[in-house]
Design a protein around this ligand. Structure first.
Ligand code: HEM
Length: 401
């Protein structure tokens, strides 16, 4: 959206900064460098005239406060601009506690560490087979040949949907999370619901051993999910589980391709990969969502008014030097890497165990086969505007073993 909103009278002039959260200024130098620079140059909370006009949290502690305080900051609308976010209305992301709780129990039961452990062999085999498919070429389009295939394959198995449907589903998800696509948000959501309707009905009638069937049959507090609840929660799980891991993998692999010391550290100590993955999530937070201010409040020196929106770019928590010293450096020896890559508070990502496992397995299986690699010149490292930070095309090359 290019139109600029007029600042309301209560917004101090010095807090107004022109930031399109979906394409922050300076993004040509990298998505995370852009957010780090905005954080360094501005106060904790600023106001932008972009996307219908809204506040943005830039300080790490302030970001965490907003995410954790559902009394002051509601999830009723979490997508900007607000006129689009009003249509989002998916479960459980747009429900506040306490009503949110039963939905979360349902998701947690299906995505907890034990459930993910059950998938670990499939994750390992899928990662290995994909890498083997291009190993001998000494080059791959990592984004297209790995990142866009691997998590989607695991995810489609989890919900027992045919992998051939993945491109359609990803396209609708993109239209709901990135501006300027060929379908409006509303059309994409209707297509999602139309696609899922017969799937939900079939699984209700004859449940299988997959996440969608389990959610439909276990229900909420002993009651089955009603029709609309079922479509909404299934759509949300599909959107949340696809684009995030796809894009995170490209950020992580680009960083390793450019950092010989980091690669050597992981090769020397494969047991450190789990904690290394946490450091990578700290360094590469990538989701930017929002909250709606419930009542007029003073927050970190500014007046926020009821109904106003406040953006929460989750990247800024891990990148705040007051929270993680020397934050742009990837340091696998960092003792406590603190971040909000998976959010914080009641809506903290229920899929994080799965995401962490997918990234850890990718690094393990990759380094075992390709210990050294670099970014190839046919890459396009530019950012694609949207809720999820991204790299358009990462290509990697290595000496043929
Ligand atoms: C790199 C991987 C991922 C990242 C960075 C990520 C990030 C996030 C963040 C920041 C939130 C919080 C949203 C909010 O506060 O409003 C969230 C929520 C959510 N995520 Fe993830 N996620 C990832 C992977 C996944 C996966 C693999 C799944 C499912 C299999 C998933 C399912 C969900 C769901 C259902 C929610 C909504 C939870 C709620 O509203 O209570 N995510 N995610």
């Amino acid at each position: 959206m290019t139109e600029l909103a007029t600042p309301p009278p209560h917004v101090p002039r010095e807090r107004i900064v022109d930031i399109d959260i979906y394409s922050p200024p300076g993004v040509e130098h990298g998505f995370h460098h852009a957010w780090a620079a905005l954080q360094a140059d501005n106060p904790d909370v600023v106001w932008t005239p972009r996307n219908e006009g809204h506040w943005i949290v830039l300080g790490g502690a302030a970001l965490q406060e907003v995410q954790c305080d559902a009394e002051r900051f509601s999830s009723r609308v979490i997508v900007l601009p607000k006129s689009v976010g009003e249509l989002h209305a998916l479960i459980p992301t747009t429900i506040d506690p306490p009503a949110h709780r039963p939905y979360r129990l349902l998701l947690n039961a299906n995505l907890n560490p034990a459930a993910v452990r059950g998938l670990s062999e499939e994750i390992r085999a899928t990662a290995g087979a994909l890498i083997d498919s291009f190993l001998a070429a000494g080059h791959c389009n990592f984004t297209a040949q790995y990142a866009e295939v691997f998590p989607v394959r695991i995810f489609m198995a989890l919900v027992d949907l045919p992998e051939a449907e993945a491109p359609r589903i990803r396209h609708w998800a993109e239209c709901m999370t990135r501006p300027g696509q060929d379908l409006t948000f509303e059309t994409a959501r209707s297509l999602f619901f139309e696609y899922l309707e017969p799937v939900v009905e079939a699984r209700r009638a004859a449940p299988g051993d997959d996440m969608l069937s389990r959610m439909l049959t276990s229900g909420l507090d002993g009651r089955p999910l009603d029709h609309d609840q079922a479509l909404s929660i299934c759509t949300q799980v599909l959107i949340a589980g696809l684009d995030t891991v796809v894009n995170f993998l490209s950020f992580a692999m680009r960083a390793l391709a450019e950092d010989e010391t980091a690669r050597a550290a992981l090769r020397a100590n494969p047991n450190s990969i789990t904690s290394a993955v946490n450091e990578l999530f700290r360094r590469f937070g990538l989701v930017t969502i929002a909250r709606e201010v419930r009542n007029d409040i003073d927050f970190r020196g500014v007046l926020l008014m009821a109904g106003e929106m406040i953006a929460i770019p989750t990247a800024v928590h891990g990148l705040d030097p007051a929270i993680n010293p020397n934050p742009l450096k990837i340091d696998f020896a960092r003792t406590r890497a603190r971040h909000s890559a998976f959010g914080s508070g009641p809506h903290m990502c229920p899929g994080q165990e799965l995401a962490r496992q997918e990234v850890a397995t990718t690094l393990t299986e990759w380094l075992r086969r390709i210990p050294d690699f670099r970014v190839a010149p046919d890459s396009d490292l530019s950012h694609v505007p949207g809720i999820v930070g991204s790299i358009r095309r990462l290509c990697l090359e290595w000496e043929i073993p």
